[in-house]
Design a protein around this ligand. Structure first.
Ligand SMILES: [Fe+2]
Ligand SMILES: [Fe+2]
Length: 263
């Protein structure tokens, strides 16, 4: 398939591809952080253990699908394999950090993923004319990010114990790290693909990316600040209207979801 899967908004497809490239590194780290808590949760909080186990399975499915899709990307764009290796190095280093950091990173990354879902939900028009399978894949992932927005947060808070002292600072720091890693690698991946698509030299492309980035920061930053304050819970964040209902289309008999149709 054409890696630029929405020809009416090629730069959006390229940005989404760049994010996809990072997921088989980032999501397994998040899954490992949450799974490390399962033995303790099973004895201390079985309902949360069940939610955390389901969450880890869902995320594992995400990065497995991303890996398959990324194989298409790395075969198509020279230079992405090197970036993929750099990502592996960074996440190898992150895995040496404490369990507490890993859990805070998972909770912080989920807040960013939820924000991404909100940003896209308000801009579904950009996906008009996109390849049906790629568009469905993109929205399905974001819808599940909405669905499980509070699980990593709950596991992180539970791990802090009853007083939870210092939890907000660790969360704010880990969220910042997750945001910077995501931003830097997304930018580099986007540049590699723009270069190969002969779009890197066009000023209007960079202007458009800058506008999207600023609008994303305007959505993300307040959510990041609010979620670092005492008393916050992700359930307080309003779900994006379109994506919240996307999973209603799931067919349990076939285990599939219909391809996304133009609204
Ligand atoms: Fe995910
Ligand atoms: Fe997630």
């Amino acid at each position: 398939m054409d890696p630029v899967w929405t020809r009416s908004e090629p730069d959006l497809a390229i940005c989404a591809n760049a994010v996809s490239l990072l997921m088989p590194h980032l999501e397994p780290y998040v899954v490992a952080s949450i799974r490390s808590q399962l033995p303790r949760l099973n004895s201390e909080d079985p309902p949360l253990a069940a939610r955390a186990g389901a969450y880890a399975t869902q995320e594992a499915q995400h990065h497995g699908q991303h890996r398959r899709y990324n194989d298409l990307l790395t075969a198509h764009y020279r230079g992405l394999s090197r970036l993929d290796r750099a990502m592996a190095t960074v996440f190898g280093l992150l895995r040496r950090r404490s369990d507490r950091f890993g859990l805070a990173f998972a909770a912080g990354f989920e807040a960013i993923a939820f924000t991404a879902a909100r940003w896209v939900d308000a801009r579904l028009r950009l996906l008009r004319g996109g390849h049906p399978a790629a568009t469905t894949f993109f929205l399905w992932h974001l819808a599940e990010e909405v669905e499980h927005k509070s699980v990593a947060w709950d596991v992180y808070r539970q791990s802090l114990g009853s007083n939870g002292r210092g939890g907000h600072l660790s969360y704010a720091w880990a969220t910042w790290v997750a945001g910077v890693v995501l931003a830097v690698f997304s930018l580099l991946g986007t540049w590699v693909m723009l270069f190969h698509e002969n779009r890197w030299w066009r000023p209007n492309v960079h202007l458009r990316l800058a506008v999207w980035s600023v609008s994303f920061i305007f959505v993300a930053l307040p959510a990041m600040v609010v979620s670092s304050l005492p008393g916050h819970h992700p359930d307080k964040l309003a779900d994006p209207a379109g994506l919240a209902h996307w999973l209603d289309n799931f067919d349990p008999a076939s285990g599939t979801i219909p391809e996304w149709a133009q609204p």
